[in-house]
Design a protein around this ligand. Structure first.
Ligand SMILES: Nc1ncnc2c1ncn2[C@@H]1O[C@H](COP(=O)(O)OP(=O)(O)OP(=O)(O)O)[C@@H](O)[C@H]1O
Ligand SMILES: [Mg+2]
Length: 461
């Protein structure tokens, strides 16, 4: 995809020169001559790079830079300065510009600066990615893949909540990306150098949970031979993600609310000795929040506090336009992990992926793509398509398992026959047979093995 560049400059000549050169080099360009309109265009167009003239009538480049940085800490902003205007340049860099270029000279120089900055950003992303892969840290907002309106909104919320300290409530079905989004909020915030603690709440007994979270003093309970810090204390000024908040016992939810309101809590057995928490809290749940409130699994007061900064991530089936991007993303990532060349998905596979309902959401898609990469072919997708179609047909028509069995056997028999015929037709050449059948060489071998067609050239009537 071409990178998008927004050029804001009131001078027509320099604007055009720049636009022309960038367009020639394959960038997508949006130009803006009236600085008042720059921010609106930025919101609409969501560029990868902003070229910003400093001196403009009306709003100047500094003001626009500040406003852009409030919205987006990552977008590449290059200031266009007049010759020898070093002081203003220093000021722009302090306000968060990535670099500057002198616009009165050759626009080629502007292009070099932009390309360098983009490369730098790419490298930073790569490093962040490698770190996250090795469990060193969470990923930033750029790693949330998807072009849907819903994901665009999620990313916007991530960036705006990253800059304040409100507790966040993340909701959405299992596998929609709540952990990923929580990590991104942490990563984009000023806490990114501090620990990110991902706490799985279910399964821990209530007493242990309190001890884990708040820490305990010596003698607080039978096995407490020594005082110990809790997760909140160890997290320092970092971020704590409380997974499945509705599973936390009600009285602990009340203590959490107190921390959110006052920043103060006590260790178990440490009554009277208050501790100040500096951590930021993010709560997540895949439960239906309204139902959890009704059944009192989630305290209403805690909910209201958390809901000041809500992020709801819709299920994948409600944002199908994200599927192809995600599928390709996972293929790229997984292939890179095991140093394999990337499998290309056919239109037929993609149609299935987009039509399928993904009850396990993005996690299910990720797992399927992992299987595609490991198997080196898209056969597993067709296999899944077959089973899904079969199940649907079974459900819709009320087909019994015997009938389904018969359909499967019939399909297999046709497939076996077609393979045998193709092999016969091309004198046993597997490569040609695979091409003729429109399947990959690997999948032909796989099927031949399954149908015991491997060693003999079958005779066909
Ligand atoms: N938009 C996305 N872009 C890239 N990867 C994604 C996206 N959404 C989810 N994933 C990936 O899908 C997997 C599942 O996501 P995650 O663990 O964040 O889901 P979850 O909502 O926390 O699920 P659960 O409720 O089961 O804890 C992860 O590997 C995550 O990185
Ligand atoms: Mg999760």
């Amino acid at each position: 995809m071409p990178k998008k560049v927004l050029i804001v400059d009131d001078r027509l000549e320099s604007l055009w020169k720049c636009a022309e050169l960038f367009r020639e080099r394959g960038f997508e360009i949006m130009t803006c001559r009236q600085s008042e309109k720059a921010l609106g265009l930025f919101d609409q167009y969501r560029p990868d790079v902003v070229l910003l003239d400093i001196k403009m009538p009306g709003k100047d480049g500094f003001e626009i830079l500040k406003e852009i940085r409030e919205k987006d800490r990552r977008v590449c902003v290059v200031m266009l300065s007049a010759l020898g205007d070093s002081e203003t340049v220093v000021q722009a860099m302090k306000l968060g510009a990535d670099n500057f270029a002198e616009k009165s000279t050759d626009p080629e120089k502007v292009l070099i600066v932009v390309e360098k900055e983009l490369k730098q950003k790419e490298m930073e992303m790569e490093i962040a990615f490698l770190k996250a892969e090795q469990g060193i840290g969470p990923l930033g907002v750029d790693h949330i893949i998807g072009q849907s309106e819903a994901i665009r909104k999620v990313k916007e919320s991530v960036l705006s909540y990253a800059n304040n300290d409100l507790p966040v409530l993340l909701t959405g079905e299992s596998g929609v990306g709540k952990d990923l989004v929580a990590g991104a909020i942490h990563n984009e915030s000023s806490r990114s150098g501090k620990p990110f603690t991902n706490l799985l709440c279910p399964g821990i007994t209530p007493t242990l949970f309190e001890a884990e979270l708040f820490g305990f003093e010596r003698g607080a309970f039978t096995d407490a031979y020594k005082a110990r810090k809790g997760i909140i204390e160890s997290a320092g000024g970092g971020t704590i993600l409380l997974n499945e908040i509705v599973e936390i016992p009600s009285h602990v939810q009340a203590k959490l609310l107190l921390i959110l309101q006052t920043g103060v809590y006590m260790r178990v057995g440490g009554e009277g000795k208050t501790i100040h928490s500096k951590a930021r809290f993010i709560a997540a749940t895949n439960a239906d929040v309204r139902d959890a409130l009704r059944t009192k699994r989630l305290r209403e007061d805690l909910f209201f506090r958390l809901n000041a900064a809500p992020i709801e991530i819709p299920p994948l089936r409600e944002r199908r336009e994200d599927i192809s991007f995600l599928a390709q993303h996972f293929i790229r990532v997984e292939s890179r992990k095991i140093a394999r060349s990337e499998v290309e998905l056919s239109g037929k596979s993609m149609d299935f992926l987009v039509d399928y309902d993904w009850p396990g959401n993005v996690r299910e898609l990720e797992t399927l793509m992992r299987a595609v990469v490991a198997g080196g072919s898209e056969d597993v997708i067709m296999g899944r398509a077959f089973i899904t179609r079969d199940m649907k047909a079974g459900k819709e028509n009320g087909l019994g398992s015997r009938l389904k069995d018969a359909i499967r056997k019939e399909t297999e028999s046709i497939e076996k026959q077609m393979i045998a015929q193709a092999l016969h037709r091309f004198g046993g050449s597997r490569k040609q047979a695979a091409e003729y059948l429109g399947i990959s060489y690997r999948s032909l071998l796989f099927k031949m093995k399954g149908y015991s067609l491997r060693d003999e050239l079958p005779s066909v009537q």
